[in-house]
Write a protein that binds this ligand. Structure first.
Ligand code: SDX
Length: 441
């Protein structure tokens, strides 16, 4: 049963046959050709590498208008949520579809606190990784390992969804902080019952026996806002992976673990780490913003200007605008002047003024400024994509649930156009000179 409404019919004429394809319309006017019966009726599949032109589902979670730079979670503008809500309230909104009442919020916070610890056996896992282990590798492995410690959720978490959500949201944050402590060679710091979500994370990250870390309200608010910016983004690469894995009825932990791996790629969530590495390298080696932009335009190199461009946004990513503001506030609050921010702003202006970037509607995306804010907070570059994953988790969970709850949902199994060798036999191959010669040696 589709929620979108049929508004018209498109006719496909092929080899003397006509096929009437319904045209569907979403609630914000997006239109889609319904090809669900195309293969059965015509023998044709659609060919769409990267699914650029393909809507794989109906969803009521997040709306993105790439032309006008609009992003809404459950109908609320991202700017509105970043201004007025905490990350936990937005996580609740994404999963449940409405903002929590004070009593719902307090119950959710209590669950978060109750489930913030890891099983003590999991602590040992951290000591077995090499010191240089990337925190995203640890994160993915730890998340799927949660299913071995909490098998009750292996089966079907639906009836205990708030426990599942709070367990994952809370433990992923603890895993992230523990992986940072491992990387720093510091003793791990347990979560505290008197601290809220972001304060607890910052305390687990930065408290040490010789540094009695006090969460800074400006930094805590900035972190809430940055996590809100990342919380969902409709059918992006990692969310599509989470939905695809969930469509096989794999458990939630396995699905999220797969999403972490997809997010790690530098074309996706891994871009925030690449942005910082490129900026640091450019400053160190005195490479001008103009030279970087020229390098990114070179068709013969597959170098891209990380933090720029987007599959959907063909204007400024609304999250980048908020991230730029947050980043500037944090750097100012830390009474730092950061040459990297100055360089990034100059690079932004050079790229925005460049024809190649204008012709391709390449604007800063969510990854361009966020790393600079994390850096100013004292979070190291290799943790940036982990921060993205912490933010994106509620969106992944909401999308996974929608996939599982959705009526008529089927396992995700795309088709292909085969372009490989025709039928051949091993006997024929081994009879050829090449193999025959090999046999005599
Ligand atoms: C995220 O999908 C989401 O919603 C993702 C995300 C989310 O919240 O989940 O928003 C998070 O992943 C943001 C994107 C982070 N990635 C980067 O910053 C990496 C750099 N950006 C690009 O690699 C690219 O823009 C993508 C991957 C983001 C989008 O790739 P597309 O849609 O496949 O675009 P494309 O590669 O077809 O590019 C179209 C043209 C090409 O030139 P032509 O062949 O037309 O001559 O634009 C060029 C590209 O070469 N181009 C770039 C560029 N991005 C695109 N050229 C230089 N630098 C870039 N950054």
């Amino acid at each position: 049963m589709t929620l979108t409404k049929k508004i018209s019919t498109a006719r496909l004429s092929f080899e003397g046959h006509d096929y009437d394809l319904p045209v569907l319309e979403g609630d914000m006017g997006e239109r889609g050709l319904d090809v669900r019966n195309l293969l059965k009726d015509s023998g044709l599949v659609t060919f769409d590498p990267g699914m650029v032109n393909t809507a794989v589902c109906e969803s009521n979670i997040t709306y993105v208008d790439g032309k006008n730079g609009i992003l809404r979670y459950r109908g609320y503008d991202i700017e509105d949520l970043a201004e007025h809500c905490s990350f936990l309230e937005v996580a609740y909104l994404l999963v449940h579809g409405f903002l929590p009442t004070p009593s719902e919020y307090s119950a959710f916070s209590k669950l978060m606190n109750l489930h913030s610890m890891l099983h003590e056996n999991m602590r040992n896992f951290f000591s077995l990784y090499p010191d240089h282990a990337h925190p995203m590798a640890i994160l993915s492995a730890m998340v799927v390992s949660l299913s071995t410690f909490y098998p009750e959720l292996e089966s079907d978490p639906m009836e205990a969804i708030d426990i599942t959500v709070s367990r994952l949201l809370s433990k992923l944050r603890t895993i992230a902080a523990f992986s940072y402590k491992k990387y720093m060679g510091h003793p791990i710091v347990y979560p505290r019952s008197d601290l809220r979500y972001c304060e607890n994370f910052l305390n687990m990250m930065f408290y040490t026996p010789v540094n009695n870390y006090e969460p800074d309200p400006v930094i805590t608010r900035a972190l809430n806002q940055l996590l809100i910016l990342h919380a969902d983004h409709e059918q992006n690469c990692s969310t599509s992976v989470v939905r695809a894995v969930g469509s096989s009825h794999a458990n939630l932990y396995a699905s999220i673990s797969a999403g972490v791996c997809a997010l790690w790629g530098p074309l996706h969530g891994g871009a925030n780490q690449r942005v910082l590495e490129v900026l640091e390298d450019a400053l160190r080696n005195n490479i001008s913003p103009k030279a970087l932009v020229e390098k990114a335009k070179d068709r013969h190199s597959n170098y891209r200007l990380y933090g720029f461009g987007h599959r959907v946004y063909k204007t400024y990513d609304p999250r980048a605008k908020v991230a730029k503001k947050v980043c500037t506030q944090v750097i100012k609050h830390m009474s730092q002047s950061d040459p990297l921010l100055d360089y990034a702003q100059e690079l932004e202006q050079v790229a925005l003024a460049d024809n190649y970037f204008q012709e391709r509607s390449l604007y800063p995306n969510v990854d361009f400024f966020t790393g600079l804010a994390y850096r100013a907070m004292g979070i190291p570059v290799n943790m940036f994509t982990v921060m993205f994953a912490i933010g994106r988790l509620p969106g992944w969970i909401a999308q996974w649930l929608e996939q599982r709850d959705g009526e008529g949902q089927r396992i995700v199994r795309p088709r292909q156009l085969y372009v490989g060798p025709g039928m051949r036999t091993v006997e024929e191959t081994l009879a050829t000179d090449l193999y025959a010669k090999k046999k005599t040696k």
